[in-house]
Design a protein around this ligand. Sequence first.
Ligand SMILES: [Zn+2]
Ligand SMILES: [Zn+2]
Length: 348
Amino acid sequence: MTHAAAPGSVQVAVFDQGEIGLRRIELPDRAPGEFDVDLTAAAICGSDLHTVLGHRSTPPQTALGHEGVGRISAVDPGAVDLRGDPLRVGDRVALSMIRSCGRCDRCRAGLTMKCRSLFKYGHASVTESPYASGTLATRIRVSPGVPVLRIPDRVDDSIMVPAGCATATAAAVVTAAAPVGDETVLIFGAGAVGLYCAAMLAGLGCTVVVRDPSAQRLAMLAGTGAVPDDGAERPYPIVVEASGSPAAFTDALKAVDLGGQVIGAGSVSIDSGTVTFDPALLVTRRIRFSGVHNYTPDEFRLAVDWLTEHGERLDLGRLVSPPQPLTKINDAFALMRTGTYPRVLVRP
Ligand SMILES: [Zn+2]
Ligand SMILES: [Zn+2]
């Protein structure tokens, strides 16, 4: 679909007063350092579903979507991507979803995803700068400080589109797990993060077993080297909780081997439930626990590099649905709610 006649006119999927709809907004002139990306693909993520189901508080007129790929349509001379490569009009880029200041105590401690002045795309109002702040749109306005990477044309949108959320989070999990390469890993949850973790860890030489109630989701492991859990007892030095189920969290603590580590990445919405467990499970068995939420710019780069190198061979495009038009955004969200695909692909 081509954009409207007016150059600053953008169509954005907005969540407002319980409804999802398309809104046309007029973008003001770019501030210094900002640049515009005309999206070629976006994906609906589980957290977009949380937003529209009212599981998280959002401002009025929230611009939806934080996973996207597109081409630069306006940029200042001298702009560079995360690698320092020049950014020019027409360049194809993958976008991160977070903007951090790089200067506060948390940024300096490496917790850029928890920056004191953090801005997250896909969760802000179209009434506030940078206005076009969702990827479920014809165009997005990218602020200085948002990690962006140029990507080659040969990698399909369907492979690259989740880079800035699901794949980068998986890269953060793998970084936290720091496997030496031959460990046996148990992963709870075959959603997008669990599936990318499984494929990445298997690629590093780990034996990867995945537990999920859905046979349909587990079938997506085919060809990644990871396998569905067969229920056999094994020592697991690394356990990843990527399902977000509080019950699975307790199961993860029980499944991990003495001296092992549990990485929790699934429980990202507050109030999704509580669990009871014996703290001695962790203490006496010398278990390490790491929480992973979002990612650093380096982990985003790892994700983009991994998708570029392995996405086609592993046929990762099957993790996203066939393309749905932005003009039918409510149908796209309805498809996401069926759970048939880890991600629903939307094209403007
Ligand atoms: Zn997401
Ligand atoms: Zn900061």
